[in-house]
Design a protein around this ligand. Structure first.
Ligand SMILES: [Fe+2]
Ligand SMILES: [Fe+2]
Length: 278
């Protein structure tokens, strides 16, 4: 069984600073890393789907390097709107695919135990919205033709709407072009995104698309029109995408915090329940 862990939207800050004054994102990311390292089955790879940092500050990338160096398995990165492609290339050099410079963007493919991971760069400088661009989309088209292994596409901005309006307003500008590229390729089995800071499942281009919750603060669930942009501290979590011949790709959500249990389902020894006497 192959296990790909996805963490997202760490929004790291310089040491000692909180995000938006109240969200201690560094501490929460540290807890997520500890949680991943204590899993009974260790991940074969980690994918970080953007917003590693809150302001693309070199001091924030330094915190990211320190944190991610704790993993002994490959770590795949891609930028979010809060990062920058240039900052990431400069500060996170050495991570797979980061050094490749095409159109100023970071995009690459990698094989993880028979699964093809394609990381896309939807960062659009100076804007919260996402944009892939023609060069990246042409490369994607060629990459999908070249390899027909089960494929996971990872990008920060979800290309489909979620119903959380203030986040949908910061969506992927060239989603229609991406849909055209992805639609014919049946070996694309998942699209993994971040950005919305909530666990969400929908579809795009006929594929299952999942949005992972943040390791830090979450976006409030508010599906009304003109909903205000608010965040809260619902339980932080991450996704584990598992794959085997038998199951195909299955996505599990795992919480960072520990909860009571586990307990056996067996009835207590020697206890007779009313109605069991006969
Ligand atoms: Fe984010
Ligand atoms: Fe984002």
């Amino acid at each position: 069984m192959t296990l790909i862990a996805q963490i997202t939207d760490l929004h790291l800050r310089p040491k000692g600073l909180a995000c938006y004054r109240v969200s201690d994102t560094n501490m929460m990311a540290e807890r997520a890393v500890r949680s991943l390292l204590s899993l009974t089955q260790q991940a074969d790879a980690i994918v970080v789907t953007g917003d590693l940092t809150d302001r693309s500050d070199p001091r924030e990338y330094a915190v990211a390097r320190e944190l991610l160096s704790r993993f002994e398995v490959p770590v795949f990165l891609l930028p979010g709107n809060h990062d920058s492609s240039e900052g990431m290339r400069r500060e996170m050099a050495g991570y797979p695919g980061i050094g490749e410079n095409r159109d100023g963007k970071i995009f690459y493919s990698a094989m993880i135990e028979g699964i093809q991971l394609i990381a896309l760069d939807s960062h659009l400088s100076g804007h919260p919205q996402g944009y892939l661009g023609n060069e990246q989309l042409s490369w994607l088209e060629a990459a999908l033709r070249k390899c027909d292994a089960p494929t996971i596409i990872a990008l920060h901005h979800p290309p489909a709407l979620t119903g959380i309006e203030h986040m949908d307003n910061m969506g992927l500008n060239d989603a229609a072009a991406l849909e055209e590229v992805l639609s014919p390729h049946t070996h694309v089995q998942r699209i993994l995104c971040g950005h919305v800071h909530r666990p969400i499942v929908t579809s795009f281009a006929g594929k299952i698309m999942t949005l992972a919750p943040s390791t830090g603060h979450q976006v409030a669930l508010d599906l009304r029109e003109n909903s205000p942009a608010m965040f809260n501290f619902e339980p932080a979590a991450y996704f584990l995408h598992s794959h085997s011949e038998k199951t195909g790709i299955v996505t599990h959500m795992a919480y960072v915090e520990n909860f009571p249990g586990p307990y056996h389902f067996f009835a207590d020894q020697g206890v007779t329940w009313p109605g069991d006497e006969n």
